[in-house]
Design a protein around this ligand. Structure first.
Ligand SMILES: CC(=O)/C=C/C=C(C)/C=C/C1=C(C)CCCC1(C)C
Ligand SMILES: CC(/C=C/C=O)=C\C=C\C=O
Ligand SMILES: [Fe+2]
Length: 549
């Protein structure tokens, strides 16, 4: 377990007396970043004085914002100073995953989602905080660093074949999945049995890690014969199970699967056939469940087999927009695998579903299912706007596309059409919203509060931490000029009764290349503590909480 004594023991070992509380290891082929507080030691006991180390990546074109800049060292761990008061009940580790390295040799990745996974850990104990970060040792990351070029197909880029024969063999390996990335840069989940797994959209990119050291233990192998190359980046994980969707590109539809805690074997619950005439299933980055049902979205932004084969990116990358085939929501009974409703809904673009729950009528009969999501006004442009060049070259203009907290109502009386409306006036949260969390106790149940990144305009990316009250239809935001906060992760206070009794934790990438974590009170949404990092961290995506045993 990471603890303050563990950190100082490690320091003595690695750094001797030169820098007594920090552990740092440089990324292969990169000069290490310094920590502002002193010198940096690289693996071979070479120490670089602080003033000689370039903190910022050259690709950031003068920008000192940490968010879109590759992290320069492979790992670091140390205690950090805290301003304010971290509640003493907050005991455990917050883990956050995300793409943090976008440079391979001289090559700069194009898209936010291409970056190699950087895991961040914040260990809380008795009001104190230890920060750590470490690269996930996927084959894709290791081989890219070793060869100074990408070796696997990432979200928007593929290795350039040297000749025609290499091109043919690359296409063949695409069908077997051999050329797909295992760069698990999207999320991190704690399984019911305590194992911690980092995930992305390729199934082979499921990687078990040690939550104390952030060390990569190895690939999480699914022991079944279900196959498939891709799955939802966001499984629904509880103490007892792991549910996910495996899109079927050959026979358009989705396999809904369940893996029991303690097992590596996924079992099929059922299958959803696509409703539209489309030749391909909709992209399922995430999905929601209620207490009894799994809600399978069929988004008009669909996987595109043609684009999957292309090495060069298209504006929609591996996807295609097919409004003519409609948008649908399918409701599957968790226990029987039967589809109990399939309704057509207005067109939508959503990365992240927030939660879903069942509504009953006056007779106690199930009347409708409510599904909340971060909805990008059915505009696919958001995907291409997440190109790094775009994120790095912010001119001060208000260019963030509008988004809203979308609420689907799925009638359970056989009606064939569902509704999609804004759950509150989007102006209340600056017409931007993504990267949402709720109190996990409310998973599948009626929730009142949503924590998300929203907007204070002008901006080019969500720049606030916002608490949304869906009952009062209000929003309260935390904002700091020029800073980019990541997903506000809600941790409930042990023993809490009220839904918002807890804290929201977010890692912030600051405008001067600096970084810190903020702890916001879940009720008042006021900042109660700030842990200042000795260096800025790149933007990250999703997190999880590992309570201290
Ligand atoms: C970081 C994030 O939110 C999404 C990452 C998505 C990835 C890495 C998708 C990768 C894919 C391939 C490498 C080929 C097959 C298609 C697709 C799932 C888009
Ligand atoms: C960063 C993001 C999606 C991440 C996927 O996991 C969306 C940002 C949207 C901006 O409005
Ligand atoms: Fe996501």
């Amino acid at each position: 377990m990471a603890s303050f004594s563990h950190v100082s023991a490690m320091m003595t070992l690695v750094h001797g007396s030169c820098f007594p509380y920090v552990s740092a290891v440089a990324r292969p082929n990169h000069k290490p970043i310094t920590t502002r507080r002193g010198a940096t030691t690289i693996a071979a006991n070479v120490t670089i004085p602080a003033e000689e180390v370039d903190v910022y990546d050259s690709t950031a074109k003068g920008s000192k914002l940490a968010a879109w800049t590759s992290v320069r060292q492979e790992r670091w761990e140390g205690a950090v100073d805290v301003d304010g008061h971290v509640p003493h009940w907050l005991k455990g580790t917050y883990l956050r995953n995300g793409p943090g390295v976008w440079n391979v040799g001289d090559h700069s990745f194009r898209h936010l989602f291409d970056g190699y996974a950087t895991l961040v850990g914040l260990h809380f104990e008795d009001g104190r905080v230890i920060l750590s970060h470490r690269q996930i040792e996927s084959d894709a990351y290791r081989s890219a660093m070793k060869n100074n070029r990408i070796q696997y197909r990432e979200f928007s880029e593929a290795p350039r074949p040297d000749n025609f024969l290499a091109y043919v063999s690359e296409l063949a390996s695409l069908f077997s999945g051999a050329s797909l990335t295992d760069n698990s840069n999207t999320g991190v989940v704690k399984l019911g049995d305590g194992r911690v797994v980092c995930l992305t959209e390729t199934i082979k990119g499921s990687m078990e890690i040690n939550p104390d050291t952030l060390e990569t233990i190895g690939r999480f192998d699914y022991s079944d014969e279900l196959g498939g190359l891709i799955h939802s980046a966001h499984p629904v994980v509880t103490e007892s199970e792991f549910l996910t969707l495996i899109p079927d590109l050959l026979r358009p539809g989705y396999l809904v699967v369940r893996m029991e805690a303690g097992s590596n074997e996924r079992k099929a619950i059922g299958r959803v056939d696509c409703s539209g005439s489309s030749s391909s299933p909709g992209w399922v980055h995430s999905f929601s469940v209620t207490e009894n049902y799994i809600i399978v979205p069929e988004m008009p932004l669909r996987y595109c087999p043609g684009n999957l084969l292309r090495a060069e990116p298209t504006p929609l990358y591996k996807f295609q927009w097919q409004p003519e085939d409609g948008a649908y929501m399918h409701v599957m009974c968790k226990h029987s695998g039967k589809i109990v409703a399939s309704v057509e809904v207005p067109l939508f673009v959503t990365f992240h579903f927030i939660n879903a729950y069942e509504e009953v009528d006056d007779n106690g009969e199930l009347s409708e299912i409510i599904v909340d999501c971060c909805e990008h006004n059915a505009d696919t442009t958001i995907l291409d706007n997440l190109r790094l060049n775009n994120l790095r070259t912010y001119s001060g203009m208000d260019v963030l596309l509008d988004a809203r907290l979308g609420r689907f109502s799925i009638p359970m009386d056989g009606t064939k059409r569902g509704k999609l409306e804004s759950a509150l006036n989007p102006d209340k949260h600056g017409r931007g919203i993504d990267m949402s969390t709720i109190n996990p106790t409310y998973l599948g149940k009626k929730h009142r509060y949503v924590y998300a990144c929203c907007a204070q305009r002008p901006c080019n990316f969500p720049n606030t931490l916002t608490k949304i009250d869906l009952e009062k239809k209000t929003a309260k935001s935390w904002h700091e000029h020029g800073a980019v906060p990541s997903e506000p992760f809600f941790v409930a206070r042990p023993g809490a009764i009220e839904e918002d009794d807890g804290v929201a934790i977010s890692v912030v990438s600051d405008k001067n290349g600096e970084g810190y974590a903020v702890i916001l009170d879940g009720k008042t949404f006021e900042e109660i503590a700030r842990a200042k990092f000795p260096y800025g961290l790149p933007y990250g995506l999703h997190g999880c909480w590992v309570p201290k045993a």
